[in-house]
Design a protein around this ligand. Sequence first.
Ligand code: 13P
Length: 254
Amino acid sequence: MNPSRRPLIAGNWKMYKGGRTGVELAQGVVEISRTLGSGVDLVIAPPFTVLAAIASTIEDSSVKLAAQNFYPKNEGAFTGEISPLMLKDCGCEWVIVGHSERRQYFGESDSFVGEKVASALASDLIPIVCVGETLDQRQAHETLRVVQQQLHAFLDILARSPRAVAIAYEPVWAIGTGKVAGPGEAEEVHAAIRTWLAEKSDALAVRTRILYGGSVKPDNAATLFACPNVDGALVGGACLEAASFGAIAKAANH
Ligand code: 13P
């Protein structure tokens, strides 16, 4: 295993655990991280309201902090928005960009996702950029075309940066549905993404971790992580309990 592709398990808390229960969950993740050693990287992405508190909770651990979103300007009259510099200030090293829920419910386009990837990198935040097809697109055999088009919006930006970022393949039909992609389905898309990265630059393909997301649970994680191009997971529902997030991390820790 290439050291820059050490397994990465990231927990996207979505709109859950924004207060005291979030700090308690982060404490549980820190305890689990102490049992894991250095074979796997853990990132948690709590809601904005609890980021600063959790930055203190994880301070003396290997757990890293991510935000779930931001607005790609450093400051300004953008009521209700959070800038990348603000995220850095409250201890974030990572940020999720282009999640399908942002694309679907908040109208984020491929070009806006590209703008956000560039802004994150300019502010020294490491993006986890999400791509993935809907059920209709999969049934119409458009999966690879759709994913390639989404990637097209930010691949050049990634190739120009030396940072080792992560891409999360999250088939929309697998998110929150309990219908996980089979290892063959996941590996096909992950391998295609690796090939498109390599077409830009071999170094980019070597350093980029490609995570799978969509109904990852303790009982299906090991099968997914056995795929050669699956470098970890972006976990939703199962990251809201430290024990199940920990069990997924253990499955990646080899
Ligand atoms: P679930 O694990 O709940 O399917 O969510 C996946 C996801 O959207 C992670 O970003």
